[in-house]
Write a protein that binds this ligand. Structure first.
Ligand code: ATR
Length: 273
């Protein structure tokens, strides 16, 4: 076993994960030597992959598709935000060998939105989609104190169920796309429609002046949603910064230091082009 602390990202597939590059960037910037691997686990045996990793001295890991629920089951303890998100994206081994599960996706999004000086407090926020990605970010978004948060989804029941789940935290409402009312300061696309090159059916008048359109997906070219928002003249940002943000929050849990995300994000952006 080497003295260099060992971390990893688990997924299936995993070959194209950007996490090793991001964490190497943090390690270099902070002068904190760690090893960070990409690990492929069998779809039905995340636990086996994790145990092998821990026996090699692994201290913590990021967890991505399709293991976020399996990681929550495996953890001995869950943070409040992992419980709230219903998923784990960060694991760490505690002092007594216990496995702690956390979720940094929401905090990562918030870190990026703050970097962008996005409208949050007293803002009207619209979130498109009601899947796992949305569940992880509603708590942190509501904690910023928006005047209203609307969750709109193709399957209306999923949006209303999420709104009910988070009702105690602030003004939140769930609806279908056709029932979206009013205009917004921040619109976040968390549907996977962009993957299929599709756009949710959105009202033509959606944005307030100075609004920000944010897509949780990222790529070399803007998503269909961001292209649509660009045509409406608003500021558009993709989810690459959220990816770096959630990694920075995981790094903080493991190493206790806060990397500067900007240079790492810039290097990643340059590689995407
Ligand atoms: P994730 O974990 O990334 O959120 P998910 O749980 O599969 O993935 O959720 C995908 C989200 O994208 C859902 O909100 C889904 O809408 P439904 O709940 O109605 O399935 C949404 N979605 C996927 N394809 C879509 C499309 N073509 N148009 C609109 N919404 C779409």
């Amino acid at each position: 076993m080497s003295d260099v602390p060992l971390y990893a990202v688990f997924g299936n597939p995993i070959a194209h994960s950007r996490s090793p590059q991001i964490h190497s960037g943090f390690a270099e910037q902070l002068g904190d030597a760690v090893r960070y691997d990409a690990r492929l686990a069998p779809v039905d045996d995340f636990q086996g992959g994790w145990r092998a990793f821990v026996s090699e001295g692994g201290r913590g890991a990021n967890v991505t598709v399709p293991f976020k629920q399996q990681a929550a089951v495996l953890a001995d303890q869950l943070s409040d935000r992992a419980r709230q998100a219903g998923a784990v994206n960060t694991l760490m081994v505690g002092d007594s060998g216990e496995v702690i599960g956390d979720n940094t996706d929401g905090a990562g999004l918030l870190l990026d939105l703050k970097r962008l000086e996005a409208p949050l407090a007293d803002a009207r926020i619209l979130v498109l989609g009601a899947g796992g990605a949305v569940r992880g970010v509603l708590g942190p978004l509501l904690a910023t104190g928006p005047s209203e948060l609307v969750v709109a989804n193709r399957t209306v029941e999923k949006a209303t169920a999420l709104a009910e789940l988070f009702d105690a935290m602030g003004h939140i409402r769930g609806c279908g796309f056709e029932a979206i009312e009013g205009t917004f300061d921040l619109v976040i696309n968390a549907t996977s429609a962009s993957l299929a090159g599709a756009l949710p059916p959105l009202p033509e008048i959606l944005f307030n002046e100075g609004a920000l359109a944010y897509d949780m997906m990222y790529g070399a070219t803007p998503t269909v949603f961001l292209q649509w928002a660009q045509r409406h003249g608003v500021r558009c940002v993709d989810g690459l910064g959220m990816l770096v943000g959630q990694a920075a929050e995981s790094w903080y849990l493991w190493r206790g230091t806060r990397p500067d995300t900007t240079p790492v994000l810039e290097a990643l952006r340059a590689d995407l082009r």
